[in-house]
Design a binder for this molecule. Structure first.
Ligand SMILES: [Fe+2]
Length: 463
């Protein structure tokens, strides 16, 4: 009798302790209480952060041969961020060697969009420097804890080459903007599958539709997932990253883009990057639209950048098209300000978005359908990667156009040429050309497939 009472007492004590321990775990600050609090919020995993890093993205720096930038997000229980970086090895032996630690800049941000839930997060950003060119590194991001749960996986990233004559490639996307998880994801994923060796990705604005929507940004990061952390990217804002003339407060915390633009207001939206033998320039065309000061500041700055440019190739990317594809759409203020500089300094490529159609051509085109065009000036392209589809109007400057088509463009820059191919998400080539620049002369070789021009009316009855 006495013995069984003792056993009962021990059982009660143990179960009480287990329960107490369980309660303690539940109330620990690292328990993700918002999971319970917002269980009814649709897509809450896309919206709310946890203590494990998410929205991890590497951005192009102005010295990509020796540095890379990385940004990520956690919940606010995490207040510090750390990047660990090492030379990539064949096996896991890099873990046994020297792993560098770089402390991130971390800032707490609260953001609420319209009727979405309030999201509290810590945004972390770091610049990893002192790297060797053309070298593969491994890196991970976390809070510096020993516990693996608070770290990302190890990503691989390759620095840029230093040799100017070595070719490099990048993918250019027009607007993602709508139904990003549902319908844009296949475009970025198939671009990476078709060209896994690309050096960076470029987004020509309107990445999302509603600048502060944590759901839409969550979809954008989800669609690209590990690709964003592995392939550096560069982006210019579109009108949808702005509201009432103000850039989304999420832009600068979630990306690290160069701060070499003309004014503080234009930091990380108007900038230039030297990538091997190409000068890459982002013009913030929505800011352009907002004020005369912004136009003057950007034009003056652009002229100084182009004047001092010693690179063989120059590419400008901006959201609004210098030549629109649709009737009734005409960004004449942008064109009047920027076109004289584009011509004067012989810019090679202008990559744009906004018109939700595809077009590529050059202003001097007389519609003769030539395969080889001598003394070519600047080639302009407007493209769209998301599912929002407009109509366009056939115009003289266009060599190839298309409607109701989602595309990504692969652009390869070599010593004497730029090759360009526009592909659909199922891998069909829709447009292609080559610019050859040799001995101060520049010619264009058109290599379009002979498939008919895609028109919206062929797929959708007139709205
Ligand atoms: Fe737009």
């Amino acid at each position: 009798m006495k013995r069984s009472l003792k056993v009962l007492f021990i059982i009660l004590l143990v179960s009480y302790r287990l329960q107490a321990q369980h309660e303690h775990t539940d109330s620990s600050p690292h328990h993700h209480s918002h999971y319970l609090e917002h269980l009814e919020t649709p897509a809450h995993k896309l919206i709310f952060p946890s203590s494990t890093p998410d929205r991890i993205i590497s951005n192009l720096t102005d010295d990509q041969a020796h540095t890379f930038a990385v940004n990520w997000r956690t919940d606010q229980y995490v207040s510090n961020g750390v990047v660990e970086v090492a030379l990539a090895t064949e096996g896991p032996e890099f873990l046994l060697g020297d792993i560098r630690r770089i402390k991130a800049n971390s800032q707490k941000i609260e953001n609420q969009n319209r009727n979405e839930a309030l999201v509290k997060a810590t945004y972390h950003s770091a610049l990893v420097n002192n790297l060797q060119p053309n070298t593969t590194y491994v890196y991970r991001v976390g809070n510096g804890d020993k516990n693996d749960d608070y770290w990302s996986e190890w990503f691989q990233i390759k620095t840029a080459k230093k040799d100017k004559s070595e070719p490099f490639s990048f993918i250019y996307f027009g607007d993602a903007q709508n139904h990003i998880k549902s319908l844009w994801s296949r475009v970025i994923r198939s671009s990476y599958r078709k060209f896994p060796e690309i050096d960076f990705m470029l987004h020509a604005g309107d990445l999302v539709n509603d600048r502060d929507s944590n759901l839409e940004w969550g979809e954008w990061f989800y669609a690209g997932s590990f690709i964003h952390a592995t392939v550096p990217s560069v982006m210019t804002p579109g009108n949808h990253e702005y509201r009432d003339g103000v850039l989304t407060p999420l832009w600068r915390p979630q990306f690290t883009l160069p701060e070499n633009g003309p004014t503080e207001d234009l930091q990380e939206t108007c900038f230039s990057i030297d990538y091997q033998d190409m000068k890459l320039i982002s013009i913030d065309s929505e800011a352009f639209d907002e004020s005369l000061e912004s136009i003057n500041a950007q034009i003056e700055w652009l002229e100084s950048v182009l004047k001092a440019n010693t690179k063989k190739w120059t590419t400008i990317f901006t959201h609004y098209p210098v030549y629109s594809t649709a009737e009734g759409r005409d960004n004449w203020e942008l064109r009047e300000a920027i076109k004289p500089l584009i011509d004067k300094y012989g810019v090679d490529l202008v990559l744009q978005g906004h018109d939700h159609t595809y077009a590529r051509g050059f202003p001097e085109n007389k519609g003769q359908g030539l395969t080889v065009v001598k003394d070519i000036g600047t080639v302009y392209a407007v493209s769209v990667s998301g599912p929002k589809m407009y109509e366009s109007k056939d115009q003289e400057w266009m060599v190839r156009r298309g409607e109701y088509i989602q595309l990504f463009q692969i652009i390869t820059v070599s010593e004497n040429s730029i090759s360009y191919g526009a592909y659909t998400p199922i891998g069909t080539l829709y447009d292609s050309f080559k610019i050859i620049k040799k001995n101060g002369k520049k010619k264009l070789i058109n290599m379009m497939p002979d498939t008919p021009t895609r028109l919206k009316e062929d797929f959708v009855k007139h709205e």
